[in-house]
Design a protein around this ligand. Structure first.
Ligand code: NAD
Ligand code: TYD
Length: 360
């Protein structure tokens, strides 16, 4: 058995990754360390394929004593580090928690790995890997004619979220160069798919549209993101862990760049077709332009030629097929949706982020 520590595995991408590993890697035992913040949802993991190859630990990556003990107790060979505060809008309201989790937490995890693998040699060095999951947002914002972000693009983070992720990327890189810790980093574009917390664009629009609430488009809605179906991201991460070179960074993306308004219209069209009886079709009549996000990045686009060429990974889903799967998933999981939508914390976030925006 290969013992893999997944951090943040009760969140969106982490839980998809755990399902992916259980399906594809019969010889992996997963330890999931998650602090169960507002973004976590234990329901995401209630129907695991093989619960005998899985263990959950409630705790923070910032708790060095706990993290140290996990490395020794479970002879961790691979770390897949997802745990983070991940929402740009929340980082604008409360940046402190982003510094704590994303920077200090990553530091605690790196130190624990260094102690266990390089000082105490808990596992053979050639079997160890620290994989850090990061974002395209560290590269800043592109103009209309700019080339897509490559692994050589200088960092220029614009939001507190992006700055905290950039900072953690630098720490991970430094642990490779200074100590020889076997690390890899992936910088990925916007994910969407099952289990995504409905504070992010796509699930927020699905839930709002189904309940007849307005669909808040920040600014002119012409901002551009590169969208990737979450399962493609999971496959790319595991590919990098298995075949990527220690010390390397790989960009991951979906090879598409629609505007936000195009994404929202596409979601509405899918709902018109698949949930015609919601009582709110045509759903795009609910679109509203609201006050823009401060410092809103205009355009992201990823050059994914390195991972394609070196590791043979390409996304399997197109934007069209991925969006269709996603909308169907939310429609087929009304209990999951209802439980999240009823959380007081979620309702207060909607109030906090949208009330003043919509008034402008
Ligand atoms: P998420 O917000 O859905 O989940 C984050 C998880 O981390 C939650 O389960 C939360 O409880 C946990 N967590 C938070 N603080 C913790 C702590 N101190 N200790 C342990 N666990 C903690 O995030 P996500 O969208 O799944 O993103 C996962 C990772 O992927 C993040 O590092 C994010 O920066 C990166 N990423 C996300 C996207 C995207 O589009 N969602 C794109 C590129 C990269
Ligand atoms: P989001 O899902 O928050 O991801 P990120 O900020 O990490 O890219 O937002 C995606 C895009 O959608 C971004 O340009 C902001 C925009 N957006 C809206 O227009 N309205 C919303 O209510 C939200 C949450 C996002």
């Amino acid at each position: 058995m290969k013992n893999v520590l997944v951090t943040g595995g009760a969140g969106f991408i982490g839980s998809n990754f755990i399902h992916y590993l259980q399906r594809t890697e019969p010889d992996v035992f997963i330890v999931n360390l998650d602090a169960l913040t507002y973004a976590a949802n234990p329901d995401n993991l209630c129907d695991l394929l093989d619960p005998n190859r899985y263990m959950f630990i409630a705790g923070s990556i910032c708790d060095s004593e706990l993290v140290d003990s996990i490395f020794f107790k479970y002879s961790i060979e691979v770390v897949v580090h997802f745990a983070a505060e991940s929402h740009v809008d929340r980082s604008i309201h409360s940046p402190g928690q982003f510094v704590q989790t994303n920077i200090v937490g990553t530091f605690a995890l790196l130190e624990a790995a260094r102690q266990a693998w390089l000082v105490h040699r808990t596992v053979p060095p050639e079997r160890a890997r620290f994989h850090h999951v990061s974002t395209d947002e560290v590269y800043g914002s592109l103009g209309p004619g700019d080339a897509p972000f490559s692994e050589m693009t200088p960092y220029a983070p614009n939001s507190p979220y992006a700055a905290s992720k950039a900072s953690s990327d630098h720490l991970v890189r430094a642990y490779y160069h200074t100590y020889g810790l076997p690390v890899t980093i992936t910088n990925c574009s916007n994910n969407y798919g099952p289990f995504q917390f409905p504070e992010k664009l796509i699930p927020l629009m699905i839930l709002n549209a189904l309940s007849g609430r307005s669909l808040p488009i920040y600014g002119d809605g012409k901002q551009i993101r590169d969208w990737l179906y979450v399962e493609d991201h999971c496959e790319a991460i595991w590919r990098v862990i298995e075949r990527g070179r220690p010390g390397e960074t790989y960009n991951i993306g979906g090879n598409n760049q629609p505007t936000n308004i195009q994404i929202v219209k596409e979601v509405c069209a899918l709902l018109d077709a698949l949930a015609a009886d919601s009582g709110h079709a045509p759903h795009d009549k609910l679109c509203r332009s609201v006050a823009d996000r401060p410092g809103h990045d205009r355009r992201y686009a990823m050059d994914i030629s390195k991972i394609c060429k070196d590791l043979g990974w390409v996304p399997k889903e197109s934007l069209c097929s991925g969006l269709q799967k996603t909308v169907r998933w939310y429609l087929n999981h009304p209990n999951w949706v209802e439980k999240i939508a009823d959380r007081p914390e979620y309702r207060s976030w909607l109030q906090k982020n949208y009330h003043t925006r919509e008034a402008k």
